[in-house]
Design a protein around this ligand. Structure first.
Ligand code: SF4
Length: 470
């Protein structure tokens, strides 16, 4: 009987895209994808390690998989696997640990070492820790990003294409550069090819993502900027909407902002990590900008694109953060045109530059600061949403929402919209007239198609959507 596998993903969009690429590689080994890890012969656990909580969750899931499916080969990969492979290898039930350095070879490693019909040679760099094999090195083999562009997405109508990996910044709190290596980019021609494949499947909106997306193309020869890449992609007329995920403040160039402002096919959405509104904390974080720079940047975005979503990541409780630092962050966010925030508590990561900084901020103080910022974000988000009641918004439909006769959609400016008037197919870009606020989003009715006519092709599942190994 065919062997089956299941991939359990944690973490950011880039890690999700890695997980989809792993699925594709395992399908190419003739393993069959199982929807239930409880019944799979191989369970791949694709981890995140950005916070201590992410580590705890990964360990809990590994133990649960082993408890409920004791015969499964458990393969742990991803950022946690790169950071602490021995720690993971010691957990009972783990068969092997494959760091990001070897992630592209996960399928051949599996075939060579644990599956009977291996056409691959046994690899040499294997070490053994209490029953589990470890494949991990601090040298990232693949300097050039190759086959990790892939399609994932909620509702399967908004695929995410990972065009960049790694990071050449060294923010003092961040473990990512040591678990993903320096920045490298998918060549533009390959991005074009992957986008073409997604469009062939009927997708209309594509999100470009990366670990440090704004660094796209610096390692390419000749160099190419993200704005140039986006312009190149927009020449492909079948692409109805292009969305850019998070971009660092210094990398949001005027050229990029102009492109979002001028092209009706660019999603009206800016996500710009802030982290802190205190210059003292930004310096300690080794973030290469000051609060004033950020304030001017988001003001320019609002002025150029009045309806745009403008979001930020903000960290609370960085070591030494005082009430005054926190007040600066609050004041900056209060007076800036933010429409949503992702608020994270600082999490000490061993091996980072900030790990020895003292004094630490007490947990309950960090939690209180986080609550204050989330309340601020909820209020600003509600104000932003309210401004669209009675107006049209361009949305892409995702699919039916549960038992309700409503269809979920996401607007160009990143608002959740429930379409309430009748059946609308998924994967349509439409104009919805907004009728009211909901708890977290908006409700609206379909007025007229916003862009061109509807395509009939239903989008495929992600593994099919990028079934080309590149
Ligand atoms: S920009 Fe800073 S926070 Fe973001 S991945 Fe790079 S080092 Fe980490």
């Amino acid at each position: 009987m065919d062997k089956t596998f299941n991939v359990i993903n944690f973490g950011c969009r880039a890690t999700q895209a890695d997980g989809a690429a792993i699925e594709r590689a395992l399908l190419n080994l003739d393993l069959r994808k199982s929807v239930r890890w409880q019944r799979s012969d191989v369970v791949v656990i694709n981890t995140c390690t950005v916070t201590n909580t992410a580590d705890v969750e990964a360990r809990q899931v590994i133990r649960r998989v082993h408890r409920e499916n004791p015969t499964a080969k458990i393969v742990v990969t991803g950022c946690y696997a790169q950071r602490a492979p021995q720690e993971l290898a010691r957990i009972q039930g783990v068969t092997c640990v494959i760091g990001n350095s070897h992630k592209e070879r996960l399928a051949p490693i599996l075939a060579a070492n644990y599956l009977a019909t291996a056409p691959f040679p046994i690899l040499q760099e294997q070490t053994r820790v209490e029953g589990a094999d470890v494949f991990c090195s601090s040298i990232f083999e693949s300097r050039q990003l190759r086959v990790i562009a892939d399609a994932t997405g909620a509702g399967r109508t908004r695929p995410v294409l990972k065009v960049q990996d790694g990071c050449s910044y060294r923010c003092s709190y961040c473990i990512i550069p040591s678990v993903r290596g320096d920045s490298r980019s998918l060549p533009a021609a390959e991005v074009m090819r992957q986008v073409g494949l997604l469009l062939d499947q009927g997708f209309r909106e594509i999100t470009l993502t990366g670990i440090h997306l704004g660094g796209y193309g610096r390692d390419s020869s000749p160099q190419e900027t993200l704005a140039q890449l986006a312009r190149r992609l927009l020449k492909e007329e079948r692409l109805e909407r292009l969305r850019l995920s998070s971009i660092e403040p210094l990398e949001y160039t005027d050229e990029l902002i102009d492109l979002v402002a001028e092209s009706p096919r660019m999603a009206k959405h800016f996500h710009v990590p802030l982290q802190s509104g205190s210059d003292r904390i930004l310096r300690m974080m080794r973030r290469p900008y000051l609060a004033e720079y950020y304030v001017c940047l988001v003001a320019k975005m609002r002025q150029r694109v009045p309806d745009a979503a403008i979001g930020a990541d903000v960290m609370v409780g960085f070591p030494t953060e005082t009430d005054a630092d926190h007040a600066n962050t609050q004041a900056l966010l209060e007076t800036s045109p933010m429409t949503y925030l992702h608020v994270f508590p600082y999490s000490l990561r061993p091996g980072t530059a900030s790990a020895n900084l003292r004094p630490e901020v007490r947990g309950e103080i960090a939690q209180q600061r986080g609550r204050e910022l989330r309340e601020l974000a909820a209020r600003k988000n509600r104000e932003f949403r309210s401004s669209f009641v009675g107006k049209p918004l361009s949305v892409i439909t995702l699919g039916q929402s549960g038992e309700e006769p409503t269809v979920e959609a996401v607007s160009s400016n990143y608002l959740k919209v429930e379409i309430s008037n009748g059946a609308v197919a998924s994967n349509q870009i439409l104009s919805a007239r907004i009728t009211e606020l909901t708890a977290e989003g908006l409700r609206g009715e379909v007025a007229q198609p916003a862009i061109a006519q509807a395509k009939s092709a239903a989008p495929l599942e992600p593994a099919q959507a990028a079934a080309d190994p590149g």
